[in-house]
Design a protein around this ligand. Structure first.
Ligand code: RRO
Length: 309
């Protein structure tokens, strides 16, 4: 059974990798990912300068979900580029960038272009947790077109965009219309559901400290929204823009569902944090068993072939 994947020509030894943000910030975490079965390595979204992020506690998980307001803690783009420079690379590297302004994003993309170790850029337009910065680029339909147009005036690297979840068909149609005008390699959908609130009824309080307890929701409970976004983008995007599915994956069956909706590969966030580095081997086994049972020899046999009734 072939569980490799192609992201518009970027060949992954396995269709499963980490989601940006989870255990991919430090030298140790990134080395672990390089040495693991993960089909690629996605780095923590970075900025020009290192950031400490929001106050603790800023992450909480329960049986079916997670909430975070990390606030973009990262070691700065040059740490990630220097790390890659000194390592032997054996799989595709996705450098996630998340500048706080358009100018910072142009700078980060320029820097990423200087490194031969970066396979592709994952431009994060969907960080939900920046204090005092209430607008998110992925929801700014007016600015996004001009912004991406400017990027492709100088960018030479494969580039994908990490999108927030959308909740209306017309929003996905409009974003797809914009993205279809540019040589984008892939989209990753979805980032966490923004502005959720989890509370502890015993303590009668919120569970994370930043932003009065509000944060991005991940984990099993967001899977239906992730699948909906993947499948709608699959119908509206040019067929040479690949989709990386992210959201609510904790089993091989969840991966199967993402691919059925049109994903070419998947990323694991909350479940990777819960389970650790062995999650990639377990999910590979579970996915392989499903494909064996269904007599599918590769992902392309069923990718995007979700049936209506
Ligand atoms: O660091 C964060 O608070 C964060 C980011 Br940049 C993101 O893209 N998604 C998320 O759930 N948290």
């Amino acid at each position: 059974i072939d569980t490799t994947a192609s992201i518009n020509g970027i060949e992954l030894p396995l269709c499963i990798m980490n989601a940006s943000g989870v255990l991919c910030s430090t030298d140790q975490e990134l080395s672990n990912l390089l040495n693991s079965s993960s089909g690629g390595v996605v780095t923590k979204s970075c900025t020009s300068q290192p950031r400490k992020g929001n106050v603790l506690p800023r992450y909480f998980e329960w049986n079916i979900g997670s909430i975070n307001s990390m606030g973009l803690p990262n070691l700065g783009i040059h740490f990630y580029l220097d790390f890659l420079e000194k390592k032997k690379i054996n799989k595709p590297i996705f450098l996630s960038i998340s500048g706080l302004s358009t100018e910072e994003n142009y700078f980060l993309i320029q820097e990423a272009n200087r490194s031969s170790k970066v396979t592709a850029i994952e431009l994060n337009l969907s960080c939900p947790n920046l204090l005092g910065k209430e607008d998110m680029f992925g929801y700014n339909f007016d600015k996004i077109s001009n912004f991406i147009e400017n990027i492709f005036k100088f960018n030479k690297k494969p580039l994908g965009i990490k999108l927030p979840p959308y909740f209306q068909d017309v929003h996905i149609k409009n974003i797809a219309l914009i993205l279809n005008q540019f040589p984008i390699f892939f989209i990753t959908c979805i980032n966490s559901l923004p502005n959720g609130l989890f509370i502890d009824a015993n303590k009668e309080s919120v569970v994370i400290r930043p932003k009065k307890g509000f944060g991005g929701i991940g984990g099993a409970i967001i899977k239906p929204f992730a699948l909906a976004n993947v499948h709608k983008f699959y119908t509206y995007l040019r067929k040479d823009i690949s989709i990386i599915g992210c959201g609510g994956i904790s089993s091989g069956k969840d991966i199967f569902e993402h691919i059925l909706c049109g994903a070419s590969a998947v990323q694991i966030g909350t479940q990777f944090l819960k389970e650790g580095i062995s999650v990639f081997e377990r999910l590979k086994k579970e996915l392989t068993l499903i494909l064996e049972k269904k007599n599918y020899s590769s992902l392309n046999s069923f990718k995007g072939k979700l049936k209506n009734i």
